[in-house]
Design a protein around this ligand. Structure first.
Ligand code: TXA
Ligand code: MG
Length: 348
C-alpha cells in the first residue's frame, strides 16, 4: 500500500480533511497529529477498522484503544452512567491531554475496547485532529502511531518510519507540543484512579474533583500488581539498545556514569548518554543527548521520545541515563523512562 504523507497547510486544509475523513468513513486508517503524540486513527464504531489498527501497529488485541471525540455531547452515545466528575473534568481540561475511562455503551465494539466493558474517551487539543474527528463521523479510535513497543512518535516523519506501506495516509502537522501521551483517569469505579501519568497532574485533577490516587501498579515494584490500563504492562517506549537509568545524588550519578562509560568502552561498546543540559559536557561518549535543563519538565517531556529514537538511528550498544525529579510533569517523564529501561535502575 502506498502511504501518502501530507503536510497540512492553510491552503490544503479543508480538501485534505475531506479526503482523510472519507478514508476513515470507508474503514481505512489515517495517522494524525494531536497535542500529545501522533495517533493512528480508525472509525471507533467499526470493529474492522479497530482490527486494522492492531494489525498495523503489531499491537496485542487485549490492549484497548482511546476513542477521540470533538464535541462533548457525543460522549453520551458511547458511554453509560456518565457522572458529574466526568463533566467537571471535561469542562476543566477538554480539549486537552486527559483521557477518561467510563462504562461503555453497546455502540462501542469490543474490538475497540480490547474486550472490556469500559471505554477510554478523550478530546484532543489540536485543530487538525478535531476537524478530522468531525469529518470521520465523530469517533476516532487512536493509539499512538508507533509500531507496538517503540517510542511514541512526536513528528510525522517518525510515523512514516514505522507505518510506511501499512496505512494509506499520514497528516503532517509538524512537531507536537507536549510529547508524552495523555493522563488516563479511571472513573468507572467509585474512586477515581490515575492509570497513566501525563501532562494533567494529580494536583490539577484534585482541584476539580477532590482526591485522586495513582493505580497502585504504577508505584509498586515491577510485577507486584497488575496495572488497570492493559497497555501499561507491556514493554514500551524502548530504544533498541539496552537503557539503564542511574538515580541518586547528581554528583555521584555523574561519577558513576563516567565510570560506566569507561567500562563499556573497554568492552568495545558504542555508548549513548541521556542527560540534563547542565551535565552534558561531563560525559565523553559516542552520543551525548541532552533532554533539556534540569527542572524544565516541559522541554524534557517534549524531547524524550525523539531522543530515544535517535539512539536507534545511531546504533549504540548501550545507553546510560540520568534521572529527573519526580514532581509535576516529571512523574510522567520518569514513568516513560522507567518503562523504556525495562525497570533497570542503578540506585546509588
Ligand atoms: O495522548 C494519547 O492518549 C495518545 C493520543 C494519540 O491521543 N494516545 C495513546 O493511545 O497514547 P495508546 O493506545 O498508545 O495508549 C492507550 C492506553 C493504553 O495503555 C491502554 O491500555 C489504556 O490507554 N486504555 C484504553 N482503554 C482503556 C480502558 N477501557 N481501561 C483501561 N485502560 C485503557
Ligand atoms: Mg502507545
Amino acid at each position: 500500500m502506498e502511504t501518502k504523507l501530507i503536510k497540512i497547510s492553510e491552503d490544503n486544509f479543508s480538501a485534505t480533511i475531506k479526503q482523510a475523513g472519507r478514508i476513515l468513513k470507508n474503514g481505512g486508517l489515517v495517522a494524525f497529529p494531536t497535542e500529545t503524540v501522533y495517533g493512528l486513527g480508525g472509525d471507533a464504531l467499526d470493529k474492522e477498522a479497530s482490527k486494522k489498527i492492531y494489525a498495523a501497529k503489531g499491537r496485542p488485541s487485549d490492549n484497548p484503544l482511546i476513542v477521540h471525540i470533538a464535541d462533548f455531547s457525543d460522549i453520551y452515545a458511547i458511554t453509560k452512567d456518565m457522572d458529574e466528575r466526568a463533566k467537571k473534568l471535561s469542562d476543566a481540561f477538554w480539549p486537552g491531554p486527559l483521557t477518561m475511562i467510563l462504562n461503555k455503551s453497546e455502540r462501542v465494539p469490543y474490538e475497540t475496547t480490547g474486550g472490556l466493558d469500559t471505554v477510554a474517551v478523550r478530546m484532543p487539543d489540536n485543530g487538525t485532529a478535531l476537524a478530522l474527528i468531525k469529518a470521520a463521523g465523530g469517533y476516532i479510535a487512536a493509539p499512538s502511531a508507533n509500531t507496538s513497543g517503540r517510542p511514541s512518535p512526536t513528528r510525522a516523519e517518525r510515523v512514516y518510519e514505522d507505518l510506511n506501506g501499512k496505512i494509506p495516509m499520514i497528516l503532517d502537522g509538524g512537531a507536537v507540543g507536549i510529547g508524552i501521551e495523555s493522563t488516563i483517569i479511571d472513573l468507572s469505579g467509585d474512586e477515581p484512579l490515575i492509570l497513566r501519568p501525563g501532562y494533567i497532574t494529580p494536583e490539577m485533577l484534585k482541584e476539580v474533583i477532590g482526591d485522586v490516587k495513582f493505580d497502585p501498579a504504577l508505584t509498586e515494584a515491577k510485577g507486584d500488581a497488575a496495572p488497570k490500563a492493559p497497555g501499561m504492562k507491556y514493554r514500551h517506549y524502548a530504544p533498541k539498545a539496552q537503557l539503564i537509568l542511574v538515580r541518586g545524588d547528581q554528583k555521584k550519578v555523574t561519577e558513576k556514569i563516567v565510570s560506566l562509560i569507561d567500562e563499556a568502552h573497554a568492552d568495545g561498546k558504542k555508548v549513548g548518554i541521556l542527560c540534563a543540559t547542565e551535565s552534558q559536557s561531563d560525559y565523553k561518549a559516542e552520543i551525548v543527548e541532552s533532554l533539556g535543563k534540569r527542572g524544565d519538565e516541559e522541554e524534557i517531556a517534549r524531547n524524550l521520545f525523539e531522543k530515544l529514537r535517535e539512539f536507534d538511528e545511531k546504533e549504540v550498544d548501550i545507553i546510560y541515563s540520568e534521572c529527573f525529579e519526580e514532581t509535576g510533569l516529571g512523574v510522567a517523564v520518569m514513568n516513560r523512562m522507567i518503562k523504556a529501561a525495562g525497570h533497570q535502575i542503578l540506585d546509588i
